[in-house]
Design a protein around this ligand. Sequence first.
Ligand code: C2E
Ligand code: MG
Ligand code: MG
Length: 571
Amino acid sequence: MPEIRPAAAGGTRCLALLEQSADGVLLLDPATERILWANGRLLRWLGYTREEITSLTEGDLIATEGSAVSLERVQRVLREGMIPVQLCCYRCADGSLREMEASRSLVSRGVGRLIMVNLRDAAEIRRSYVSSNDTLTGLPNRSLLLERLDGEIARAKRWGRLVAVMVLNLDRFRFVNDALGNRLGDLILCAAAGRLLGVVRGSDTVGRLAGDEFAVVLGGLRDVRAADIVARKIVGAFEEHFQAGGQDVFLTGGIGITVYPRDGDDGETLLRYAGTAMRHAKERGRSNHWFFTPDLGAAVSESIRLDNALRKAMEREEFLLHYQPEVDIVSRRIVGLEALLRWRSPEFGLVGPERVVRLAEESGLILTLGDWVLERACEQHAVWLREGLPGGRMAVNLSARQFHQPKFEEKVAGILARTGLDAGFLELELTESLLMQDAAGAVRTLRELRNMGVRIAVDDFGTGYSSLSYLKRFPLDKLKIDQTFIRDLGVDPDAGTITEAVVGLAHTLRLRTVAEGVENEAQLEFLRALGCDEAQGYFFGRPVPAADTERILQAEAGRLKTGDRWLERDA
Ligand code: C2E
Ligand code: MG
Ligand code: MG
């Protein structure tokens, strides 16, 4: 069969179609692999005339045959059940080589059977792959995801089905990245992508929208409940910790969900509203998923306004510090002051520090804000000490990002030098979870700080997941027993037992103990009997602004002269 007759390929119309194909096309005799026909595109690519090429077999053209299969092709095979494709180098007429992806199929038409080889230029495929896929995880990027989403919407419209769009944003991924470094952070992102792919079906699309943000498109649904089930599976898939650089990393995320046609009829809108629902899910805590409802728009615009206001709060000087005394239980002397952040917003009123810190961590403002708190507290304390007021040490709370920033100890040294506060008068409060994030790094930083003379306290002790024996690894001075235990003293016998055990163990580790949230004399008496060293709480005083604190310190100075003890007139 030296020449292919139109009838054998299913008529002239068919050849005309192959001639127009964007692929290069070869038709082979299945028995001999002789090339019967090639389309013009392939002839141009390889530089042969039709006469030259029909005198060859496909084997004559192939220089090397690889088994490498591109990632995109694998995904397509999984998705669409296509036959795997081979990456081959074809010999051009001028002797040069051209790498192409070849997919072969058997065509039976009319009198005979033919092999059709579709060829795509590998360099071209890579170029389009890179522009439509995320280079780190290989997942479709935003634009490819939207393209697929529009396809699903069109199909759903035709068949009367639903499409669900989910946006997943990881919680505190920035901390992980800061603490472990970008390389391990990248590995974790790839592992997260793998977990998402493991949860959905092959026909669903998982894409990466931004650093720690992924999207999932579920097409052809009959029932919204399917989206709920998948969201729960995603949350479940993240329950297992990730391993990176020998460390266990726990990641949670918030998921927002929109459904076509209920929430919108184009991909852009569905994706945007899913983002809105995701932010709402995150505001409600970790590992949540939330379906979009129209009223969410308003709630989110409130949190955007809050975020904007927070960004301006620094230059508008809306932040201030309140101070709360820490008192030695036996001597009833003020041994320290804790600086607590307050934000007085003209728009939102007084906003609590936990909310401010969370917002600031999300917006990245936390470093600037944390620096400000540290500097302001040191500056104030240096003034009080110069005035001869008996304030003891100034305790400042640190957030994880602040503590784990490179050369944090140098920053502290700079602030102490600028404000003229002696390092021995500064105490830094850290949480257990902060220490666990990067234990080795934390030990190094803590050593530096302690060498300078700064004291270290563990805040809210008992609420984290670390054990006292684990804490032995860290150079520490003080444990602050969380208020939840103190609140139940004398009410719940377990609270007493736990507090007693914590005090005992802390003392064997030579750590001082402070009870947080002491509100009455009974609790104080209980703590004194257990041997707890210090107390802080409303019983002695709420956190108050600097001017009121100054009056408290002056009163303490007076008591020191008369030998009176605070709130213990007849001692
Ligand atoms: P914390 O460091 O454990 O601070 C103690 C919290 O307990 C303060 O809440 C204080 O007002 C409250 N408290 C004190 N005594 C009592 C009491 O007798 N009863 C009750 N019910 N509560 C009492 P506040 O000021 O709302 O601060 C909450 C948390 O926000 C702090 O907990 C700390 O973790 C964080 N925070 C505050 N300021 C800063 C800051 O400048 N930086 C950072 N990173 N976090 C801060
Ligand atoms: Mg604290
Ligand atoms: Mg605390």
